[in-house]
Design a protein around this ligand. Structure first.
Ligand code: SAM
Length: 243
């Protein structure tokens, strides 16, 4: 039987508690009672837990045994700001697919009014990632960074493989680039950072900037995908190759 999973708000040696919305849902909607068993995510570990106390708006668990859990995939998605409902969809599905981090970025062609209000949405995006992580039984929640200007996000240096999704690229496919990265990484799993453009695509200056920062342009095929479709498709391709 698959137990429903909750993400602990606080935990200690052998115990964990839920408070706030999760506890309220458990108490009022599911009418949980002491003795009911659930899976509890505490930090980066998952436990088989049993309710031992309900008081006010808090639910306390004893953690009985650790449950095997899969870690996130080393995939970071730089998502240009595009229509919020579609961006949220990309965050939710990316979380289901196992991504580790989302970096919202302001690109030249991100719509101005969306770019201006994006930072106010970050808490909501973090909640979406958290709910999606719970629903897809992840043991961790992807990090959603504060909104960054593209210039800064592109510049962050590290030894990750950096791939720019670009619909006009016709020689290198995402699949080929990731297969090469896997071969080069030997026994390790390569860390992959991918950037998806806004509805209007990247400007030539942005492409030049990514290029100067060592990003490789890759294609998802000859059809032009909407930004959110590109984000999810790219994540699914990389996840399938890494796993
Ligand atoms: N330049 C386009 C336009 O407005 O006509 C389309 C931009 S597309 C809707 C948004 C983003 O999705 C692109 O910047 C790119 O990152 C990604 N994308 C869409 N189709 C792609 C493809 N076939 N290969 C790689 N990336 C793609």
């Amino acid at each position: 039987m698959t137990r429903r999973r909750w993400i602990a708000d606080s935990w200690g040696e052998g115990t964990a508690s839920l408070t706030g919305e999760q506890a309220s849902h458990l108490i009022r909607v599911l009418r949980a009672q002491p003795g009911t068993e659930y899976d509890i995510v505490a930090g980066d570990r998952v436990w088989h837990g049993v309710i031992v106390g309900i008081s006010g708006d808090a639910v306390r668990f004893n953690l009985i045994a650790e449950v095997q859990a899969d870690p996130a995939l080393p995939i970071t998605l730089l998502l240009s700001i595009f229509k919020f409902d579609r961006l949220e969809w990309a965050i939710e599905k990316g979380t289901e697919l196992g991504i580790e981090r989302i970096v919202p970025i302001i690109a030249r062609r991100s719509e101005k009014h969306l770019a201006q209000s994006a930072q106010n949405r970050v808490d909501r995006w973090r909640r979406i990632a958290r709910e999606s992580a719970k629903q897809s039984r992840r043991s961790d929640i992807p990090v959603v960074d504060d909104v960054l200007p593209l210039k800064i996000a592109a510049r962050q240096t590290s030894d990750v493989v950096r791939l720019l999704l670009a619909e006009q690229e016709c020689s290198t496919t995402l699949r080929n680039a990731v297969e090469e990265a896997i071969r080069n990484a030997g026994a390790e799993m390569p860390a992959i950072r991918m950037a998806v453009g806004p509805e209007g695509g990247w400007t030539a200056e942005e492409e030049a900037l990514f290029d100067a920062e060592g990003w490789k342009s890759v294609s998802l095929g000859p059809r032009i995908l909407r930004a959110e479709t590109a984000a999810i498709t790219a994540t699914a391709v990389v996840a399938a190759l890494l796993e």
